[in-house]
Design a protein around this ligand. Structure first.
Ligand SMILES: Cc1ncc(C[n+]2csc(CCOP(=O)(O)OP(=O)(O)O)c2C)c(N)n1
Ligand code: SF4
Ligand SMILES: [Mg+2]
Length: 267
C-alpha cells in the first residue's frame, strides 16, 4: 500500500497553517505504517482536540476524534476490547500533558500496547496561542504577554518515570529518524511514547520571535543532538533525540486475559 492510500482526500485541503509541523509528522507516520505493511483495517487512530488531533480526520483508518485530553482513555477502551488492532494516539502537548496529564502518566504505568505521539509545538495552537505545560520558563504566549514563569515538563523523563516501556524523541527536521522511531514504537509491544518537537509558526513562532517555519526547524537541527553525543556534555542545554527506553514488561491486555481465564476457572 502506498502512503496516499491511507489518506481521506475528501477532507482536504487540511486546516493546518503553511509551515505547521503537524503535516510533517503525519507524513512520517504514514511512511512508518507503509514500511511495516499495516492494512487500513488493522489500525485505530484515536485523537482528542487540537490542531494536532485533526490528523485523525485526514487518515483513512478506523478513527475516533474524541474529547480534549481524553484520547488515551478512549484508546484504552478500544484496545482492551479489540487487542489485535494497532492503536495510534496522536496528541498535542496541551492535550497530552495539561488536561490529559493524569491519563498520560497512568497509561504509561499500565503498559497497554499502543503508541502515543506527543506533537509538541509548546503551545495551544488551535485555541489561539495560550502557553502549555511544555512552553517553558521564559517563553511568551497570548496568555503570557510579559513572559511565562511556569517550568516545563520533560516528556521523556516524565514518561520514563511513569513506566512507559518505549520512550523516544525526534523533531520535524529529522524526518528519516522520526520515521524509524515511529516504526520501532509501533512494533514495540507495550506503551510507547514518542515526543516529536514540532513548529507552530503562527503562535509559538510569532510570539517568541522565532522567525519562519524553516527558521524554527533550523533551530531543531542546531539545538538537538543524538542521544549519547559528547556535545551534550559540553552544552547541557542541548536536547537529546533518539530512543531512551526500550524494554519488555507484562502487557496490560495479555494480563487482563489471564485474569478473565482465572475468573472463568473459578466458575
Ligand atoms: C474539555 C475541553 N477543554 C478545552 C477545550 C479547548 N481546547 C481545544 S484544543 C485546546 C488546546 C490545543 O493545544 P494542543 O493540545 O497543544 O494542540 P495543538 O493545537 O497545539 O496542536 C484547547 C484548550 C476543549 N476543546 N475541550
Ligand atoms: S495554529 Fe499552529 S499548530 Fe495550529 S495549524 Fe497553525 S501552525 Fe499548526
Ligand atoms: Mg500544542
Amino acid at each position: 500500500m502506498a502512503t496516499k492510500d491511507y489518506i481521506r482526500e475528501r477532507f482536504f485541503p487540511h486546516i493546518w497553517c503553511p509551515g505547521c509541523g503537524h503535516g510533517i509528522i503525519m507524513n512520517a507516520l504514514l511512511h512508518a505504517i507503509e514500511q511495516i505493511g499495516l492494512k487500513k483495517n488493522d489500525i485505530v487512530m484515536v485523537s482528542g482536540i487540537g490542531c494536532s488531533s485533526r490528523i485523525s480526520g485526514y487518515l483513512d483508518f478506523h478513527t475516533l476524534h474524541t474529547i480534549h485530553g481524553r484520547a488515551l482513555a478512549f484508546a484504552t477502551g478500544v484496545k482492551i476490547s479489540r487487542p489485535e488492532l494497532t492503536l495510534l494516539v496522536p496528541m498535542g502537548d496541551g492535550d497530552a500533558l495539561s488536561i490529559g496529564g493524569n491519563h498520560f502518566i497512568h497509561a504509561c504505568r499500565r503498559n497497554i500496547d499502543m503508541t502515543a505521539i506527543v506533537m509538541n509545538n509548546r503551545v495551544y495552537g488551535m485555541t489561539g496561542g495560550q502557553y502549555s505545560p511544555l512552553s517553558g520558563y521564559g517563553t511568551y504566549a497570548t496568555t503570557a504577554p510579559y513572559m511565562n514563569i511556569d517550568q516545563d515538563f520533560d516528556v521523556v523523563q516524565l514518561a520514563t518515570a511513569s513506566g512507559a516501556t518505549f520512550v523516544a524523541r525526534s523533531t520535524t527536521y529529522h524526518v528519516h529518524e522520526m520515521t524509524a522511531i515511529l516504526k520501532a514504537a509501533i512494533l514495540h509491544k507495550g506503551f510507547s511514547v514518542v515526543e516529536v518537537m514540532s513548529q507552530c509558526p503562527t503562535y509559538f513562532g510569532r510570539k517568541n520571535k522565532e522567525g519562519s517555519a524553516s527558521d524554527m526547524m533550523e533551530k531543531f537541527r542546531a539545538r538537538t543532538v543524538p542521544l549519547g553525543s559528547k556535545k551534550k556534555q559540553e552544552d547541557p542545554t542541548l536536547i537529546e533525540r533518539g530512543i531512551f527506553v526500550d524494554k519488555q514488561m507484562p502487557e496490560y491486555c495479555e494480563e487482563y486475559q489471564k485474569i478473565i481465564g482465572r475468573a472463568m476457572k473459578d466458575k
